[in-house]
Design a protein around this ligand. Sequence first.
Ligand SMILES: NC(=O)c1ccc[n+]([C@@H]2O[C@H](COP(=O)([O-])OP(=O)(O)OC[C@H]3O[C@@H](n4cnc5c(N)ncnc54)[C@H](O)[C@@H]3O)[C@@H](O)[C@H]2O)c1
Length: 243
Amino acid sequence: MERVKGKVALVTGGASGLGQADVLALAREGARVVVTDLNAEAGQALAREVDGVFIRHDVRSEDDWHKAVGLAVSRFGRLDVLVNNAGIVVPADIESATLEEYRLLGAIHGEGTFLGCKYGIQAMKANPGGPSGSIINISSLSAVRGFPGVITYAAAKGAVLAMTTTIAAHMREKGYGMRCNAILPGMINTPLLKAVGADTLPGLGQPEDVANTVLFLASDESRHMSGAHIVLDNASSIIGGGA
Ligand SMILES: NC(=O)c1ccc[n+]([C@@H]2O[C@H](COP(=O)([O-])OP(=O)(O)OC[C@H]3O[C@@H](n4cnc5c(N)ncnc54)[C@H](O)[C@@H]3O)[C@@H](O)[C@H]2O)c1
């Protein structure tokens, strides 16, 4: 209990699936949580449940990022944990995918994570007591394994991985005492998976499996871990399985 006591966390896409599980786990372990999402109804209800705050936030919008990070600082005085989790998937292979889809996925996952890291670091640098914080980027197994049916998603999640590596190196070089890591989940049972008809596959992970890893990365238990790419798929990818 209280593994992240006193920390302030912001979770994007916090109203559903993995983000919702992250919010519940972080709050249960003592963090004050800013829930952000496009879905205001579900986000507000969850924020009430965990005694946190909600702000409607499109991760593609630089202005929204200013407001969301600003809310964490104005309401709770600091930002310690940022989970860049919001996302969608559009199933299509390289032959059927459109440029519009590529740009949409790039905007949500790539630009959203870029802006989150940029403004997250700015807030974490200004934390009372000096720079500190942990950024957790939700990438995907599809960034490093070949799943032909999600080309635009895989490309966008690959950008998330590359940013994680580069930002972790930047933080170390600057001596900020901040960390940036990525989680690469395999298939996890959430509404997103249902949307692509994969929710009945055997061996799916549960949102709590990802939330437990988020909790570890958010806490000081992982203080020596930065730049990591954590595959979370119960070995499915090394035995050639799907989920
Ligand atoms: N479920 C899986 O199998 C799986 C596997 C690997 C990675 N992921 C990643 O995990 C993250 C969460 O996925 P999930 O499965 O919980 O999906 P989900 O659909 O249950 O939740 C995603 C949330 O993100 C929000 N969102 C979408 N676009 C947004 C935007 N532009 N700005 C702000 N919020 C936005 C949605 O409203 C929703 O609440 C995503 O980045 C997804 O790509 C999921």
